[in-house]
Design a protein. Structure first.
Length: 522
C-alpha cells in the first residue's frame, strides 16, 4: 500500500512536487566563517556600515551592505516604510540575507515592506503590508504579523507561519503584474492564520485571499477564519493565463461572514488545475471553470455537502470525501457526521465517533496533518485536516496515545476498552487495523503492545513492516520465550515479534515494558 501511495502521489501532484522543491532551493546559508552580523536601529544612520556601534537606519542600507548568508539584527522599536532594492550582486551563491529582531522587543514597520530584491528572509516582524514585487525571487517571510500581502509576478516565495489580518476593504493577492503575462511561480503558504477580512460596503468584493494567476502554489497547514465573501477565490484576472499547479491541503476553512457564498471558489476561463485534499470545511466549495479546461480534484476533505452541479461534471473529480449531508460524488465518498470536538469554538479535531476516521485516501496523503501529527503509513488516514489518533511508536516510551507510566483513566479517555484477559492486568482496546493492548499495575501502565499496522516509528518500523535479513532489527538479541527481537531502551525493554514466530518475514507486533516488569508472563 505504501508503494502504491508513493506512485500515486507522483502522478497526482507532479507539478506540485517540482515547485515545492524549487521554492526551497537556494534558501540555505553559507558557512559560519564567512557570514557576518549587521545591525539596524530606529536611531541609526545610513552613512555607516551597519555595525553594532554604528547601526544603520534602513533595511535598504543593510541589505546593500550585506552579503548572502549574513544576518541583520533589527533593534526593537518603530520604523517607517521599508524597501529592499534590486541588488544584482545578490543573484549568485546559495545564501540569503536574514532580517530578524535583535532581541525579544517588538519590531514594527509603521507602513509597508516592499521587496524588489532577491535572496532575503524576514522573521518575526510586524508591518501593515509586505509586497513581493515583479522580478523578486527567493524570498521567505517567516512568522510575520501583517494586515495583508501581495505577490505580483514574483517567484520562489515562502510564507511560513504568521498572522494575516484583520483588514477592511483590502485583500491579500497573488497575481501577475498589470499588462504582464508572467504569473507568480513556485509559491508556498504554510502554517498561516488568515482572518477577519471584512468590508464596510456590501458592494465591495472581499475575500481573505484572491489568487488571480499562479503557476505552482501550495497552501497547507493554515486556518482561514471570518472572511467576508470567500476564504480563497481563484479567479483569473489580467493578461496571464496561468491557474496551474495548485495544491491545497491540510487547511481549515471557516464559514464566510456574508452568507450564500463559498469557502473556496474557482472561476477561470484559462486552464484551471488544482488538487484540493485533506481539508476541513465548515462551508461548501464551488467551481465555474469550463469543463474542457478544468482539472480540479477534491479528495479526502470534510465538507458540509458538495455542490450537486459539480458531481459527475467533466473536468472535476471526487473521491474519499466525507459530506455531512447530501449525496456522494465519488466511489469512496461517504455521508456522515464529522463529529468535531467543538464546532462552535472552531475546534475541528475529530472525536472518537467521527465518520471521517479512516476515510482518507490510503494511497495519497500528506505525511503529517495540520498540527504536525503524522498520518499512518500502512493504514487509511483520517479525512480532513486533522488526524485524530497519534500513529507514533516511540520505543521504550509510547504507542499512539498510550505512554508507559500513564494512568488508566488517561488511556481510557482516548480509547474504548474491548475486554480484558489473563489476571485482569491486560486490557484490549479498539484500534484501527488491529489490536492495542495495555498492561496495568494498580491502574498504571507498565506495558503496551500492538499488532496494528496503523502505528509506526518515524523511520517506518511497525507491524506490517518487512524484516529483511541482516537489517538492524534482525541483528538484535533474540528472546526465545517471546519469539521476538529485544532491545533495551532507557528504563524499558522493547520486543519486535515477527509474524508466525519466525525470525524474518513481516513484523507482526511490537510490545514494550518497564524494565523488570515482564518476563514472558512468568
Amino acid at each position: 500500500m505504501a508503494a502504491l501511495r508513493s506512485k500515486r502521489m507522483v502522478l497526482a501532484g507532479a507539478a506540485v512536487a517540482v515547485f515545492v522543491v524549487a521554492a526551497g532551493a537556494g534558501q540555505g546559508t553559507v558557512g559560519k566563517a564567512s557570514a557576518s552580523t549587521l545591525f539596524v536601529a530606529p536611531g541609526g544612520s545610513d552613512a555607516g556600515r551597519c555595525t553594532r556601534a554604528a547601526p544603520c537606519k534602513s533595511f535598504a542600507r543593510a541589505y546593500s551592505v550585506a552579503r548572502p548568508g549574513d544576518t541583520v539584527l533589527v533593534g526593537a522599536g518603530q520604523y517607517g516604510e521599508q524597501t529592499i532594492p534590486v541588488d544584482r550582486d545578490k543573484g549568485a551563491g546559495t545564501g540569503v540575507v536574514v532580517f530578524r529582531p535583535a532581541s525579544s522587543g517588538s519590531v514594527v514597520i509603521d507602513g509597508d515592506l516592499h521587496v524588489y530584491g532577491s535572496r532575503v528572509e524576514f522573521r518575526e516582524l510586524k508591518a501593515e503590508l509586505w509586497y513581493a514585487h515583479p522580478g523578486s525571487s527567493q524570498l521567505s517571510f517567516r512568522n510575520l504579523d501583517v494586515e495583508r500581502f501581495y505577490i505580483t509576478s514574483a517567484s520562489n516565495i515562502r510564507v511560513l507561519g504568521g498572522d494575516v489580518g484583520p483588514s477592511v476593504d483590502r485583500v491579500s493577492q497573488i497575481k501577475a503584474a498589470t499588462d504582464s503575462t508572467t504569473p507568480p511561480r513556485n509559491i508556498l503558504l504554510s502554517g498561516l492564520k488568515v482572518h477577519d477580512f471584512t468590508r464596510s460596503n456590501k458592494s465591495h468584493h472581499m475575500e481573505c485571499l484572491h489568487v488571480m494567476a499562479v503557476d505552482g502554489l501550495t497552501i497547507r497547514n493554515s486556518r482561514f477564519e471570518r472572511c467576508s465573501i470567500f476564504d480563497i477565490s481563484f479567479n483569473e484576472h489580467g493578461d496571464s493565463d496561468a491557474m496551474r499547479g495548485i495544491l491545497v491541503e491540510n487547511n481549515f476553512f471557516d464559514r464566510t461572514l456574508d452568507g450564500g457564498h463559498y469557502a473556496v471558489h474557482f472561476s477561470s476561463g484559462d486552464p484551471c488545475e488544482a488538487m484540493i485534499r485533506f481539508n476541513t470545511f465548515l462551508q461548501g466549495v464551488s467551481a465555474e471553470c469550463p469543463e474542457t479546461r478544468a482539472g480540479v480534484r477534491f479528495e479526502s476533505n470534510i465538507l458540509p455537502s458538495m455542490n450537486s452541479t459539480l458531481c459527475g461534471r467533466n473536468g472535476y473529480s471526487f473521491d474519499w470525501n466525507v459530506y455531512e449531508s447530501g449525496q456522494r460524488c465519488g466511489p469512496n465518498d461517504r455521508v456522515g457526521n464529522a463529529a468535531f470536538v467543538g464546532r462552535d469554538k472552531l475546534d475541528v479535531r475529530l472525536s472518537r465517533s467521527s465518520a471521517a476516521i479512516g476515510r482518507g485516501n490510503p494511497d495519497s496523503a500528506p505525511t503529517h496533518d495540520i498540527s504536525g501529527k503524522r498520518r499512518p503509513l500502512r493504514w487509511r488516514p483520517d479525512a480532513g485536516a486533522h488526524q485524530r489518533e497519534p500513529v507514533a511508536i516511540v520505543p521504550g516510551r509510547s504507542i499512539g496515545a498510550v505512554r508507559l507510566g500513564a494512568s488508566r483513566s488517561t488511556v481510557e479517555a482516548e480509547y474504548r476498552a474491548a475486554g480484558g484477559r489473563g489476571r485482569g492486568a491486560r486490557v484490549h482496546y479498539a484500534a484501527p487495523g488491529g489490536r492495542l493492548w495495555v498492561h496495568y499495575r494498580h491502574d498504571q501502565v507498565i506495558g503496551i503492545g500492538t499488532s496494528s499496522t496503523y502505528y509506526s516509528t518515524t523511520n517506518g518500523v511497525g507491524p506490517g513492516a518487512t524484516l529483511a535479513p541482516g537489517s538492524a532489527l534482525t541483528r538484535l538479541p533474540w528472546n526465545e520465550c517471546r519469539k521476538a527481537y529485544v532491545r533495551v531502551v532507557g528504563s524499558g525493554s522493547v520486543y519486535y515479534a515477527p509474524a508466525g514466530g519466525s525470525r524474518s518475514g513481516v513484523l507482526g507486533s511490537i510490545a514494550m515494558f518497564q524494565r523488570g516488569v515482564d518476563d514472558c508472563g512468568r
